[in-house]
Design a protein around this ligand. Structure first.
Ligand SMILES: [Zn+2]
Length: 407
């Protein structure tokens, strides 16, 4: 038996109770999971290795439930077709490192145009070959031809490599076939593109692209294999049919109406709303001269989404933290906490959206989301109390994953 590891903190957040515990020591097993949480008066193992981190406010490792680690940050100008699989994965390596350093020790990676590039990255991280967050990954987008997850905007007749259109579907039989093949190929999440997208040219955020029967087929195939379905849905109608089809989460939810919020609450479906990145698109798009179509769609969805988020929070909907990282540069993820607080969440609720709620959404309550025995010793040391000021989440002093300091 290897010696245990100890991570000490003068302040440790009990995120479930919403209280700070003082002078705690986490005893960590060789497998990186927490064995016990000791109080000051408890005897600690004498042979323990101490994790060398500065003192501060210790919280569970954060989770971004809507990341895109693979490929270059979207700039709406360079289509994925001019890239290569090797380039896309290598970019993912950099993004994974930046995400981890920002305190995000887990992500739910909701898609890549390049099929299975995310699985390659996930496996490399799990093997210890490159640093990065724990990942659930989607393998590819399940999307209609010309839809929000397809490669669009190219001249007619352009030849598109098959791995960029792996899960473009026309029928429910296609949906069942691709979902099965995605999961067989290593995906641990299914991402269906129900409506058009802001950044995908020629698509309309309010328009339904995949009908309820197609979504239900994806849910059925995924559920049978123990995998959840995340639904990209901006438009009010798309949101409702996705909830009725049984998806685990609504991604974006920009144009949600009151009936949709009511359905969210009654079904217990999570809302994962990227309420920050509209500001990034507005600023960066103006600077870099992004297409007018993209800028108009961003304007249509940004404030509407924030209003819907506020109403969903007030109604008691389940909220999980997801930022659409990749639209903006990876590593800035924690900027969204301040937005969620300004839009109606308490700092504790915002932190729970990226810890306990994120873990529940992913079905990972047994491994992440809280500093409790049995879960991984994934933690972030902050310079001050984030319950007083969530902006301190943007400047972690140290990041620990599986009981090892990684930043
Ligand atoms: Zn996204």
């Amino acid at each position: 038996m290897a010696d245990p590891t100890i991570l000490a903190a003068s302040h440790m957040l009990d995120v479930t109770a919403g209280t700070w515990l003082t002078d705690r020591r986490l005893v960590i097993r060789e497998d990186g999971r927490i064995e016990s949480v000791l109080r000051a008066e408890d005897a600690a193992p004498t042979n323990a290795r101490i994790v060398d981190v500065p003192d501060g406010w210790l919280i569970p490792g954060l989770v971004d439930c809507h990341s895109h680690l693979i490929g270059d940050p979207e700039d709406a100008a360079i289509p994925a077709i001019v890239s290569s699989p090797a380039h896309d994965v290598l970019a993912g390596v950099r993004h994974a490192r930046a995400t981890l350093a920002a305190g995000f020790t887990s992500v739910r990676d909701v898609g890549t145009f390049r099929a299975f590039a995310d699985v390659v990255l996930r496996d490399a991280i799990e093997a210890g070959a490159t640093p990065g967050p724990r990942m659930q990954c989607a393998g590819a987008y399940v999307t209609a031809p010309g839809g929000g997850g397809d490669i669009t905007g190219l001249p007619d007749g352009t030849e598109i490599p098959a791995d960029l259109q792996f899960a473009v579907v026309r029928t429910t039989a296609d949906v069942r076939d691709r979902v099965a093949r995605l999961i067989d190929g290593g995906a641990t999440l299914v991402k269906v593109i129900v409506t058009g997208a802001v950044l995908t040219r020629g698509t309309t955020p309010g328009a339904v692209e995949l009908g309820q029967a197609m979504i239900a087929a994806a849910v059925d195939e995924a559920t049978r294999r123990g995998v959840f379905v995340a639904a990209h849905a901006h438009g009010a109608e798309g949101i409702k049919i996705a909830i009725r089809a049984g998806v685990r989460s609504i991604e974006h939810g920009s144009l949600i109406d009151d009936e949709g919020i009511d359905l969210l609450v009654r079904s217990g479906t999570w809302l994962v709303a990227d309420v920050y990145d509209g500001d990034w698109i507005a600023q960066e798009g103006a600077r870099a001269g992004w297409p007018a179509e993209t800028m108009a769609k961003n304007e249509l969805t940004t404030e509407a989404q924030r209003s819907g988020f506020t109403r969903a929070v007030a109604a008691g909907a389940r909220i999980a933290f997801g930022t659409d990282s990749g639209v903006y540069p990876h590593g800035m993820n924690a900027i969204q906490f301040g937005y969620q607080v300004r839009l109606g969440q308490t700092p504790l609720a915002a932190i729970r959206s990226a810890t306990t709620e994120a873990a529940r959404l992913m079905g990972w309550e047994d491994r992440i989301g809280a500093l409790e025995p049995g879960r991984y010793a994934d933690a972030v040391v902050l310079p001050a109390d984030p319950l007083s000021d969530v902006e301190v989440l943007r400047t972690p002093r140290a990041v620990v994953k599986s009981g090892l300091r990684v930043s």
